[in-house]
Design a protein around this ligand. Structure first.
Ligand code: PLP
Length: 458
């Protein structure tokens, strides 16, 4: 057998178009060589993101019909609250329209101007929601995470020496809280170990520092703990999740990923003070505290999806499908981030296109080239995503300049993985012919979404 066997069967399908070569060339030019600006109808296989792109189960669709669209106190809110309590073990939950809504409420409450927030690497919207109230996100991830070739099993781990150095440099009162991402997206979907989470709790207890998780990909992280960490080989995923969460003071969660729904988010905590403050602010920015910007039916699909996304057989198939795409590429010598992560395969654009200078955006260039070749849509995760230094205004060139092939959950077959691999391998064989890009339009916030480019002429 090649790819992993799917633990489900297909009951409904969606047609997709296959634009011809002329249309692909025209479409990527119209989109300013930014895959975010392509129209979905011009895309054959959409690996832009795993966010909100999951296929729901019949059980979730049935749940949609049970949406209680009362303004206040909908039964679906209580179902969601119960799911969060059962799967993650937190007492309190505040729903939001999606993850960044929860980040806004949590981080604007905790961050004071001039404070820093150490995190295992960074995420775009998280970094911005720490900066808006006047804070700064700083990186405390282990060095191995910045090395695409390093096969460390838990590249999402914290480096306690780096954390200590921030405390020594800034002083304890300048540390707002410690922020922990699960299955670190920007590092390639790399997990953090239970041992590291436990040690982080001890470390932060010594300094009375709060720990807030970005638990967005915690179920996939839990699978890796079960697969790789001694003592967890036979532990149910839910027990792993509850232990992980027990080392935190709360979390924000974008349910558009591991919860197998198209929209939604929440924050959860055992801390009454955080709960009080955020439950008060949710009515200002999102909606009443029993819907937070979601329809009753969306909360029901989420309540069910949080449970389904934590099933072992599903996660095993999920992680192994991503690994299958990674394996096909590695066997052909294509440089990817190792080991393959939880939700995506990341191409190392600096090694793929060594002749394209950093100022000509190698990852952006490669993502555009893949689309042009096969109508497969991927995403830049490198200097364009990282943005400019807040103080100097200069471009930051992170060590990782990557293209992300993100696999939506339960949407594509293993044959789709093979088609994608063939396109990337074809491009790798003629990589010398690929030219870089020039940025011609740059928006102020989260520039990767809307920036436009032109091909550099010979
Ligand atoms: C997607 C994501 C967010 C933001 O959530 P949205 O639902 O897109 O607003 C925050 N953190 C991580 C790690 C994410 O992947």
């Amino acid at each position: 057998m090649k790819g992993p066997v799917e633990p489900f069967k297909i009951k409904m399908i969606e047609h997709v178009g296959m634009p011809d070569e002329n249309r692909r060339k025209e479409a990527i030019r119209e989109a300013g060589f930014n895959t975010f600006l392509l129209k979905s109808e011009d895309v054959f296989i959409d690996l832009l993101t795993d966010s909100g792109t999951s296929a729901m189960s019949d059980n979730q669709w049935a749940g949609l019909m049970l949406g209680d669209e009362a303004y206040a106190g909908a039964r679906n809110f209580y179902n969601l609250e119960k799911s969060v309590q059962d799967v993650l073990g937190y007492k309190y939950m505040v729903p939001t329209h999606q993850g960044r809504g929860a980040e806004h409420l949590m981080y604007s409450h905790l961050v004071k101007p001039g404070q820093i927030v150490p995190r295992n690497m960074y995420f775009t919207t998280s970094k911005l929601h720490v900066e808006l109230p006047g804070g700064k996100m700083v990186d405390s991830i282990i060095d191995e995470a910045h090395d695409p070739e390093n096969e460390h099993p838990f590249k999402g781990n914290f480096d306690f020496k780096k954390l200590q150095a921030f405390i020594d440099e800034y002083g304890l009162d300048k540390i707002s809280f410690v922020n922990v991402e699960m299955d670190v997206n920007m590092a390639g979907g790399q997990p953090i170990s239970m041992e590291n989470l436990r040690k982080l709790r001890e470390f932060c207890n010594d300094y009375k520092l709060k720990i807030i998780y970005d638990a967005t990909r915690s179920s996939e992280n839990a699978y890796f703990i079960r697969e790789r960490e001694k003592g967890y080989e036979n532990t149910p995923i839910i027990d792993i999740l509850r232990e992980m969460m027990s080392y935190s003071d709360g979390c924000i969660y974008s349910s558009k990923k591991d919860c197998l729904v198209n929209i939604g988010g929440f924050l959860a905590t055992n801390d009454e003070e955080i709960f009080e403050a955020t439950r008060n602010m949710v009515v200002v920015y999102e909606g009443l505290h029993t819907y937070g910007g979601m329809a009753g039916r969306d909360m029901e699909a989420l309540a069910r999806g949080l449970r389904e996304g934590a099933e072992y057989n599903y996660l095993k198939y999920r992680i192994n499908q991503v690994r299958y795409l990674g394996k096909l590429l590695m066997e052909a010598g294509v440089p990817i981030v190792k080991p393959t992560g939880g939700h995506a395969v990341f191409l190392n654009a600096l090694k793929f296109l060594p002749h394209v200078r950093r100022e000509q955006w190698p990852a952006q260039t490669l993502a555009a080239a893949i689309y042009e070749d096969s109508a497969v849509r991927s995403m830049e995760r490198g200097a364009i995503s990282k943005g400019r230094d807040k103080e100097t205004g200069e471009n930051i060139f992170p060590k990782l300049e990557l293209v992300r092939l993100t696999i939506p959950r339960r949407v594509y077959t293993n044959t789709h993985m093979e088609y994608t691999a063939e396109s990337v391998i074809r491009l790798y064989e003629k990589r010398d012919t690929i030219r870089g890009l020039k940025m011609v339009y740059e928006p102020k916030y989260l520039r990767f979404f809307q920036a436009r480019f032109e091909k550099i002429s010979l």
